[in-house]
Design a protein around this ligand. Sequence first.
Ligand SMILES: *[C@@H]1O[C@H](CO)[C@@H](O)[C@H](O)[C@H]1NC(C)=O
Ligand SMILES: *[C@@H]1O[C@H](CO)[C@@H](O)[C@H](O)[C@H]1NC(C)=O
Ligand SMILES: *[C@@H]1O[C@H](CO)[C@@H](O)[C@H](O)[C@H]1NC(C)=O
Length: 974
Amino acid sequence: MQPGDHKSRGHDSLPAPAPYTGPRRKPNSRRTLLGLFVLLATTSAIYISSGIFQVSLGDSAVVVPLDAQSTLAKCRSLQLKPGPPADFYSRTQSDRFQVGTASVLIRNAKIWTGNDSGREVLRGDIFLDKGIMKAVGHVPRDILDKYAAVTTIDAEGAWLTPGIVDLHSHLGGQASPALSGSNDGNSYKGPIVPWLRALDALNTHDDGYRDSMSGGVTTSLMLPGSLNGIAGQGLVMKLRPTKERSPTSMLLEPPLGINGTDVPPGATPRFGHMKHACGENPKYYQDTRMDTVWAVRHAYDTARTIKNAQDDYCEKVLSGDWRSLGSKKFPEDLQWQPLVDILRGRTKVQTHCYEAVDLDNFVRLSNEFQFEVAAFHHAHEAYLVPEVLKRAYNNTPAIAMFSTFARYKREGYRHSEFAPRVLADEGIDVVMKSDHFAIPSRNLIGEAAIAHHYGLSENVALASVISTPAKILGLDHRIGYVKEGYDADIVLWDSHPLALGATPTQVVIDGILQFPHAHIAAKPAAHQLAPTTPKWDVETARTLEYDGLPPLEPKFRPHMIVFTNVSQFWTRDEVQGTVVDMFATQGALDGRSTGFVVAVHGQVVCSGAATSCASYLSSSEATVVDLAGGAVQPGLVNYGAELGLSEIFTEASTRDGYVADPLQGQPSFFGPGGYVAKAIDGLQFGTRDALLAYRAGVTVSITSPSHNAWLSGISTAFSLGAPHKLSRGAILRDVVAVHVSLTHGDSEPSVSTKIEAMRRLLTKEVNGEIGAWFQQVANGTLPLVVNVHSANIIATLISLKKEVEAKTGNAIKLTIAGATEAHLLAAELAQANVGVIVTPSRSFPYNWDERRTLPGPPQTADSLIGYLIKHNITVGVGPRGIGAMGHPGVIDMANSRARNLRFDIGEAMLDAGPGLLDKASAFALASVNVEKLLGLNLAGEEQDLVATAGGDLLDYEGKVIAVISPRRGLVDVF
Ligand SMILES: *[C@@H]1O[C@H](CO)[C@@H](O)[C@H](O)[C@H]1NC(C)=O
Ligand SMILES: *[C@@H]1O[C@H](CO)[C@@H](O)[C@H](O)[C@H]1NC(C)=O
Ligand SMILES: *[C@@H]1O[C@H](CO)[C@@H](O)[C@H](O)[C@H]1NC(C)=O
């Protein structure tokens, strides 16, 4: 198609201007004169003199400017409130309709409509035509008869929801894969830049669009970054590709006049969105909080002055007092008008604001200048100060937040997983958001599901990513609900959307199927219902009681504990290196009853049917805990997050810090042989992320030193629940493996340099400490773990391994971590006997090195993990973090999400498709496999177990009740 072609097509582009109905006309036309006559019916004489009308009214003379008519229209329109135009509800076609799109009939769906506060579920059909929903529930035969070609989909009773709406995304602004040339997220020109527009930075080639749609996201608010107190105007877009291929054609109801065209007088305005930021991020400009607030006040004062001048001017215009206006023009200022639009309620305020101090400041600002705050974003402390939120000018802002991603900076330190529920209980609108790619928005539904796990009710959790953000955007007249006349944006799901790993089987935007050849991994039947989540009332109350920092230590340590009503008991089989179902092996249960597990001083002494463990049950010393059909299973092992090396990722004073790289110069003190750092020397115990992970079933971490270049150092294995290094069982192994990273980047030596360094270290006797460690790798004593995503580099590593082995005659233990592109070399990895630790478990093209993802359903039949397993590769899984912050160390800022490792492996099991991974192999992904790949051969007495009530670690139903640790000789009960 040709550039400019869209004009003749008249679709797929911007919405049509609202119809013009009023009596006002363009200036300088004959009609203007006519209009003036009507306006000034008492006029007795008129003559024209240099651009103004002089009107004689009896004794007095009134000067009326030539453009009086348009000025009047402008002044009148200042009073219009944004919203859908009056005739919106009678539309028969969407302004975004793409000509040629077939009508779609979806039969037999279970429809979550969004109505009745998210409680209404209909069973029936839905008919999509011309980009809108034409019929919902029952589709009358006579409607269908009118259409020749209708694409019919039988949902077979599957869940159907409106498309997911992401209230905070950087899709297209900080495009993926991250390249310096496409990072347009933040202006570095100053702290106050309301005149900037995200639209001017919208990259249409972001690989994230399709990835996000594959998670059901159909609409996103793309915002500028948060380094500026006022950062510029966000945009609302739909994520599907358009025929026009332009940023403009992706927009949903952009503010009128955004392209400089005249706005028809009387047209109903549409909402804009302005990004603000409080607190730490504007410190980029050396601004303290005091400076930022002043800068924002000063900006709003400027805007208020302009607004007042406009209002004074218009008061005169509307009362016909042209005389006192003389030749004065309507006061306008291109630069500050965006803030005036906020004061007029036309642009919504979207504010990045974390702490009580910042929320309080901003609420004060909103009252001082009388503007509403649509939403506070991130807002990690909002749940602690609901009264402050309710004091905001004219309405209570929504809170747009993360489920568990926190503590990466001081402002997020008091985050709570219970915040969504606390805020909902306060009657405050709860929105879960991605901050894509902080969390790739493909996983946004998972954020709602985790909030649900921690106490947010089902209807509110679903609304938090669908109807509530649609309302906050001011677009709930067309998105966020399944209703007749709404945009044809829907998602069909393979399970209940809040079930673990819920994945779209189809995503429809503007009536267009986005995955016509969707791959589907069937889910267990139980997943068609929302999970029955644990009770957290006590934990929630304690969180509030302790101002966000409840003690995380265990409640008590019984020396004898009897778990009753245990439905599954999984343990490690040290010999086989697998996880086994003990009850099945024992033949202990008949399949209908549940069993017992008894531990004394951290050792399991009895398991099986009641009869075999009866003596313990009757002991007066036994603490009896009913697991309500729950499970006892292996404690999980973290590899990937830097647990134990930092409390707050971005605060150097809370971190071990970065090791100096030998290729970039180490302190001369160490001599020419250099040094290798050992994580054990920098360990911190009792960090909040470590304890939260511990309380979520991750009992051990294998952590390597943090670094910025190539050589990380020596990892150590330690207990997350231990109080300090010297306590019993705190350290499993001082030395686990040698770690390096191979990534591309400005600040690093070339990959070829790093490979050559490894070749020398592995094949020649290099004197000094670095040489000695690598000799242990070369002779097969220690594993070498390489963090790498690129298939090209992985191929080089496989060659290097062969080369070294041919020279030395010893097999090297090589493990690849990261491994996003490993599927491209699955056969070669298997043949070279190289195992893989996949981080993150769901790939995302953060960087160029990891752009060739194998994303799994609905985009591909295989998931990365499933594909590697099919190739007989030993696969481990590490937690998810952000992969594009510029540090080559595995995955950045994953600490707070190590606690989700249980969900990551549960989801990996489901993503791989039915029949490939059973529960035992899913547990293995984050236990025995990781241990095997890091050469950690744990004896029986070293292996922790985790008891969960109501379910197991692999679902949203189980709640961790206790850790059984023979190594530490105790049972921790939470
Ligand atoms: C500007 O936007 C309006 C819709 O708001 C559209 O009708 C018009 O064609 C656009 N003009 C140009 C030059 O893009
Ligand atoms: C491997 O190399 C290290 C360091 O040179 C040495 O101490 C160790 O004994 C060697 N082990 C084997 C099995 O050769
Ligand atoms: C994986 O191992 C199984 C059993 O040893 C074998 O049958 C299968 O062919 C192997 N698959 C691949 C892709 O090598």
